[in-house]
Write a protein that binds this ligand. Structure first.
Ligand code: AHR
Length: 658
């Protein structure tokens, strides 16, 4: 009787162990709350931006008219067409005989051959004009005319077939002198949101009209004139980014010296901004110029991280350190003065004239971009010349180098080094502990561009897993990695708008969405403490590398790496602990969590989960919220508890401790 009872108990124990998953050693993480391994940088997560994928023109910048100064193509009036209704007949052409100033040198000529129901010009916008109900648009344009009568011009936002007018206004008094005209157009509440629309300037009268700098703005974020789309700004604001690296990237460098980001040509009234060719294959309006970047920072309470042109362009041309580089160094000093100088300085006064008397605080300046591609080895000298000049005038500014110390010869030690990583998910996960091994005595690290390369046009969940694994490593080491920004940030998802994939945030004229990585970053930046908690891990499940055919054929052996990644931080004010877990495997993983060094661990907590059925799952412009974080409250936690992490998931456990 006794014997059979104990056999029964042993079998019961084995069965319960088996069904609880503990037959094999259970994974466990032990957090020691009496210790901290690093302070979390308050500026860890920020944004990197440049004009790529129609990031600004056709993106964040709210301008609706494409090719507004007619310089996109010197041979044709791209995005403009003639409108001829009823018996009306007209013709349009580029005209360079009627410059307004040195910038507005090409205009659009409309010759009305036969007045009719109406004749005019239409612009198709950036993949459409964004029509929304109860919205007031501000329109402006330069015009002059000859042979016309008193008939007013009509400006309208209408359907592409001209059958439906969404909003219209009239402009009078066009004469033989160039003059700027403005109008407001308001849609009614019954108008349906659409981008199948065009902008038209037309007349029933006669004559020849010339137009230039034609502009149409919907309401902008914080109602800034020449400002940004409200929806895209809001999705960025939701990430709570701490800094903005601008204006590039390759966009800073340009293909040629003449097409670099020449900041002095990006400030002041729009009729003084010629725009320029970008290395990404289309012309930038420079409507998003230096001041607009700074105001974007101001609006989202981000620190500006200004990258200055450093004498190297993408088509591998460069200027050696020395007197020929000095004008570019002076340009950078002027630029810093424009950002930070008070109104008594030359460039601070210029900024005040541009509408922003208050100086901006600038703590970080980066010298160039990816200068490791400059095979001439000129960067050490160029860096030194910029560094010395900037430090002499602005000793508190932290200088960022684009190459590591090993590649800087006889140059001053940079305060910070910018490192870039574009990798597969496996590479990100394999190297998630990258910064665990970094020197604590050298320059700090800015991971100025990083991304897991999966998904199109925006990244998929497999990429988000790689990104999240990588973020656990940056966060755990944020005493060294003080700033990080994903790249590229934006993509207009319309055909032909994209040059680089994957991207973090996608949009069309009407709406915007965040990729799975966007949500992963938002989670990491929302649920974060100010110090890193050490974790001792046991029995973490592993994954085996999937080799591609080429590597297999070459006899490569698949590597085995962890399948789970984690980091814990604590808010020392509140005692809240954030444990971020990434499960890259296709199976749920049960993990025992032990917390030592706390007086009390609340039984109640919060779990935030971002997950997918498979790595290929994603968000898109038509399915923007397929993958979003879900929060739930939980009970039953304590100093030791088990939690199951779903297959393909990124999870934050918010644990309250005292
Ligand atoms: O993010 C896209 C490009 O990648 C950046 O412009 C450049 O810095 C990097 O090579």
């Amino acid at each position: 009787m006794r014997i059979s009872k104990s056999i029964y108990s042993i079998s019961f124990l084995l069965l319960s162990v088996f069904f609880s998953g503990d037959l094999f050693a259970q994974a466990s993480l032990s957090l020691d709350l009496s210790k901290s391994t690093a302070s979390v940088s308050p500026e860890l997560y920020g944004l990197m931006t440049e004009e790529i994928n129609h990031a600004f023109d056709g993106g964040l910048y709210a301008e609706q008219i494409q090719n507004r100064i007619f310089k996109d193509n010197s041979k044709s009036s791209d995005h403009w067409s003639v409108v001829q209704d009823g018996n009306g007949k007209g013709a349009i052409a580029l005209d360079d005989d009627n410059p307004i100033n040195k910038v507005l040198t090409v205009c659009l000529r409309l010759n009305i051959e036969t007045p009719g129901k109406r004749v005019g010009v239409a612009n198709d916008g950036y993949w459409g004009i964004a029509v929304k109900p109860q919205t007031t648009y501000h329109c402006s344009f330069y015009a002059k005319a000859s042979g016309n009568d008193d008939t007013p011009l009509s400006v309208s936002i209408e359907s592409n077939d001209g059958q439906t007018t969404y909003a219209t206004a009239q402009v009078r008094g066009i004469n033989g002198q160039w003059k700027n005209y403005t109008a407001t157009l308001t849609t009614s509440k019954d108008v349906k949101t659409t981008s199948e629309a065009r902008f038209v300037i037309s007349t029933t009268g006669k004559g020849t009209y010339l137009f230039n700098l034609v502009s149409l703005f919907p309401p902008t974020y914080n109602n800034r004139p020449n400002g940004n789309r409200t929806d895209i700004m809001q999705i960025l604001a939701d990430m709570k980014p701490s800094f903005l690296r601008f204006p590039g990237g390759n966009y800073l460098e340009g293909d040629k010296f003449s097409t670099r980001f020449d900041w002095k040509k990006t400030i002041g009234p729009l009729d003084q901004r010629p725009g320029h060719e970008s290395p990404w294959g289309y012309r930038s309006t420079d409507g998003t110029g230096l001041l607009e970047y700074l105001e974007w920072c101001e609006d989202l309470k981000m620190q500006p991280l200004l990258a200055v042109f450093a004498g190297y362009v993408l088509k591998e041309d460069y200027i050696e350190a020395g007197p020929f580089l000095q004008p570019f160094v002076n340009d950078a000093l002027d630029e810093i003065e424009y950002v930070t100088g008070d109104v008594n300085t030359k460039w601070g006064a210029e900024r005040a004239r541009d509408g922003h008397p208050k100086p901006f605080k600038l703590n970080y300046v980066e010298i160039g971009n990816e200068d490791e591609y400059d095979g001439s080895g000129s960067y050490s000298g160029r860096f030194t010349q910029f560094y010395n000049a900037i430090k002499a005038k602005y000793p508190d500014i932290k200088i960022i180098s684009t190459v590591g110390e090993d590649d800087l010869h006889e140059a001053p030690t940079p305060d910070i080094i910018d490192e870039h990583y574009y990798r597969s998910a496996f590479e990100m996960e394999e190297d998630a502990a990258h910064y665990d091994r970094y020197s604590r005595t050298g320059p700090k690290i800015f991971v100025g561009e990083w991304a897991t390369m999966r998904g199109r046009p925006t990244n998929d969940f497999g990429a988000a897993l790689g990104d999240a694994a990588w973020m656990t490593g940056m966060e755990r080491n944020s005493d060294v990695v003080i700033m990080a920004s994903y790249a590229p940030l934006f993509v207009n998802v319309n055909p032909g708008a994209m040059q680089w994939t994957p991207d973090l945030i996608g949009y069309n004229a009407i709406s915007v969405y965040g990729s799975p990585s966007y949500y992963a970053q938002k989670m990491f930046n929302t649920y974060i403490g100010n110090e890193v908690i050490p974790i001792a891990a046991k029995n973490i499940p592993t994954q085996i590398q999937k080799l591609n055919k080429k590597d297999s054929a070459a006899g490569a052996q698949p590597k085995t790496i962890p399948a789970m990644f984690y980091v814990a931080t604590r808010n020392t004010q509140t005692g809240t602990v954030f444990l971020n877990m990434v499960n890259t495997s296709g199976e749920a993983q049960k993990v025992k969590i032990n917390l030592t060094g706390a007086r009390k661990v609340s039984s109640k907590g919060m779990v935030v989960t971002l997950k997918a059925d498979k790595p290929e799952d994603t968000n898109s412009i038509t399915d923007p919220e397929n993958i979003i974080p879900v929060s739930s409250e939980t009970k039953g936690w304590g100093k030791s508890f088990s939690e199951s992490f779903p297959a393909y998931s990124i999870t934050v456990l918010q644990i309250e401790t005292k």
